[in-house]
Ligand binder design. Structure first.
Ligand code: AP5
Length: 218
């Protein structure tokens, strides 16, 4: 099964993708995570992406579609994939069709996380992750069980993303409204779009997504 999780910054795509990885053995392909790794490693892709990401602007379509194609080539054909943060433009949606059909894969579900944009700024500016294992936390919604210690790996170093400030978040939201939300009709025409209340409790969001994946196609 191959699915897209769609929603504005902070909607919970990464949170829910991680849960699906743990519960179903699917693989999460997050273009944001892959680009951040490229920036950290100082690769040519990373050098091209760094300033755009810090400004909240989109990285060129051919760059992200290239890394998605390469990542899929590393996976066994039967592995289910969660596309997290990709596609984000009509051009990327067209590329994904080609990328999938070239690899005999189909797209089963597009799940849109519906959220109240005003609440997203609070979600994003409060977000932090374990510097060692990447586990995600939030100042208000999900603190480590022991203060200053990661629940998963017991590390004590945490970090925040440089693009998680209010000004950049507003730019990212505008990019979502202007370029990403308009791709939904492409998938609606195929009857594979489902919507989930992304403002609900994390557990309830997971339950709703599970019901979609286990039920008949949208
Ligand atoms: P990317 O990393 O994809 O960022 P994003 O889309 O802005 O999404 P986020 O990771 O910020 O949010 P999320 O929906 O995953 O929320 P999360 O689960 O963390 O992209 C970053 C940049 O890379 C882009 O701006 C662009 O420059 C570039 N890029 C990436 N892909 C690209 C592409 N395809 N094309 C071009 N450029 C691209 O949740 C947020 C917080 O809320 C967490 O702290 C979490 O604990 C909390 N939370 C989650 N769910 C709930 C809930 N139900 N209730 C309460 N709190 C919750």
């Amino acid at each position: 099964m191959n699915i897209i999780l769609l929603g504005p910054p902070g909607a919970g795509k990464g949170t829910q993708a991680t849960r699906l990885v743990d519960s179903r053995g699917m693989v999460q392909l997050s273009t944001g995570d892959m680009l951040r790794a490229a920036v950290k490693a100082g690769t040519p892709v990373g050098l091209q992406a760094k300033a755009l990401m810090e400004a909240g602007a989109l990285v060129p379509d051919e760059v992200v579609s290239g890394i998605i194609g390469e990542a899929l080539d590393d996976l066994a054909p039967e592995t289910g994939v969660i596309f997290d943060g990709y596609p984000r433009t009509q051009e990327q949606a067209r590329s994904l069709d080609t990328i999938l059909s070239d690899r005999n894969r189909t797209l089963d579900h597009v799940i849109e996380l519906e959220v109240d944009e005003d609440a997203l700024v609070e979600r994003i500016t409060g977000r932090f992750t374990c510097a060692t294992c990447g586990a995600g936390y939030h100042d208000i919604f999900k603190q480590p069980k022991i203060e200053g210690e990661c629940d998963k790996c017991h590390g004590h170093e945490f970090k925040r993303r440089p693009d998680d400030n209010e000004e950049t978040v507003r730019t990212r939201m505008a990019e979502y409204r202007g370029k990403t939300a308009p791709i939904l009709p492409i998938y609606e025409a195929r009857g594979i779009v489902s919507r989930v209340d992304g403002m609900a409790d994390m557990e309830d969001v997971s339950t709703s997504i599970a019901a979609i994946l286990d039920g008949p196609r949208a």
